[in-house]
Design a protein around this ligand. Structure first.
Ligand SMILES: Cc1ncc(COP(=O)(O)O)c(C=O)c1O
Length: 430
């Protein structure tokens, strides 16, 4: 029998394959092979962005598309922050930086933590990363092995899935149902924790729901996880965009700090998404592990960006409030207008940059029943791009996510179109 690894004397066992050029010639081709980690990423989120990818294509062809699918603040980074960065560039702060972060930034973050929390925070408890995503990736890479289980409440931030997939973690989602306004549910999380659970990751204030955990819930969960010898990671990227009440950090609420990690950053609060600046606050040996990981994978964030971040954190009260106030006006505008549209409803988010709109009644009557179909048809009919809730987990399957990162005029235009879309659908259905 012919050797399956050889063809006419040519060995293709090392990832090569063959192409016949003509009767006498065979060309040996390079056949790319990738790591399991990369293959997992490749599969991860193709579907999730399908509607917004198509929206971008339409916009590229000159169509008037209104994007309500993005979580990127539509404000420019405030001018004093830009000035400060220019000045730091001007004095040559463009060299390597310590792996764990510039001392001035670690100090600024620690000072903020110490001000709000009963637990003093030292700069040695802080590690700086290029953005929240990288902070989450690094933390999970340091805490869990492939195949181990992480419990995460859903609806959850879309970015968690590819991170967990690429680290080959087993995600156990904990439903936070729409019927209870996606409220944080400590008992459900506790029930989900099993023998194989190594970590719980929560997100408060939450994307996409805007739900916030109370200090008591955070305290209880931290104690429970500690007693079970489990890590508790808390993503607090929206900590400064709250409407109903002030955010309480897990670090402030927890009694003990040795099993907890808090992640935050400047992308949302300071309209600095493109600066790529985030951090993790932890205790003890984990900080060293994170610093080593950062040293191996990123080798320090840019000096001028870190120094500018320290400046932004120290002098931010005015512009963070201004942006938060604008988000609040937009939230109220969306909630009020949706409230007047027959067939639609929404939960009022306590925080964050999004409103979850319940489309189940409309979707059932006109769009095959799914939020994805609703998002597709809305884009087709009215050129408004929203994210289907199913992308965030089963509990959001009846919702679509609308962003607050659009000015009032665009929001009003988009809501006019949504209103027309729903009305025309109910006429057809009628
Ligand atoms: C909940 C949550 N965590 C983390 C991130 C990632 O933040 P960054 O843009 O700093 O990587 C986002 C961004 O949308 C987010 O919504």
């Amino acid at each position: 029998m012919r050797n399956p690894r050889r063809y006419r004397g040519i060995d293709y066992s090392r990832g090569c394959y063959l192409r016949r050029i003509d009767n006498n010639r065979i060309e040996k081709m390079f056949s790319p092979r990738f790591s399991i980690q990369s293959e997992a990423l490749n599969r991860a989120d193709a579907d999730v962005w399908a509607v917004s990818d198509r929206a971008r294509e339409l916009a590229g062809k000159g169509e008037d598309v209104i994007f309500l699918c993005v979580g990127d603040p539509n404000f420019d980074t405030p001018e004093p922050i830009l000035d400060f960065a220019r000045a730091r560039l001007g004095v040559g702060r463009t060299h390597y930086s310590p792996a764990a972060g510039e001392p001035v930034l670690r100090r600024a973050i620690a000072d903020i933590e110490s001000k709000v929390s009963p637990h003093p925070c030292s700069p040695d408890d802080v590690v700086v990363f290029p953005g929240g995503t990288n902070a989450i990736y690094s933390v999970l890479a340091c805490l869990l092995n492939p195949g181990e289980e992480i419990v995460i409440p859903e609806p959850m931030y879309i970015g968690y899935v590819p991170i967990c997939d690429s680290l080959r973690l087993k995600v156990k989602p904990v439903p936070c149902p729409a019927e209870t306004h996606f409220a944080f549910d400590v008992e459900a999380i506790k029930r989900a924790i099993g023998e194989n659970t190594r970590a719980v990751m929560i997100n408060t204030p939450g994307n996409p729901t805007g739900a916030m955990a109370t200090p008591e819930q955070l305290r209880e969960l931290a104690a429970y996880c500690r007693a079970r010898n489990i890590w508790l990671v808390c993503d607090e990227m929206y900590s400064m965009i709250t409407f109903a009440r002030r955010h309480t950090s897990l670090r402030t609420a927890a009694e003990h700090l040795d099993n907890i990690v808090v992640i935050d950053g400047l992308s949302k609060s300071h309209a600095m998404s493109g600066w790529r600046l985030g951090w993790a606050v932890a205790r003890g040996p984990l900080v060293e592990r994170l610093a080593e990981f950062a040293g191996a994978t990123i080798f320090g964030c840019p000096q001028f960006i870190q120094e500018t971040a320290a400046f932004a954190l120290e002098f931010d009260t005015y512009f963070v409030k201004q942006m938060r106030d604008a988000y609040l006006v937009r939230r109220d505008l969306i909630v009020e207008r949706i409230g007047r549209m027959p067939g639609l409803s929404c939960t009022v988010p306590d925080a964050g940059m999004f409103v979850m709109m319940d489309v189940s009644r409309v979707a059932l009557s006109q769009n095959g029943g799914s939020s994805r179909a609703f998002a597709e048809s809305l884009l087709d009919a009215e050129r408004v791009s929203v994210l289907p809730g199913s992308a965030f987990g089963a509990s959001a399957k009846n919702h679509v996510r609308l962003t607050l990162a659009a000015d009032e005029a665009s929001l009003n235009r988009a809501l006019d179109r949504i209103e027309r879309f729903v009305a025309s659908g109910s006429r057809q259905a009628g």
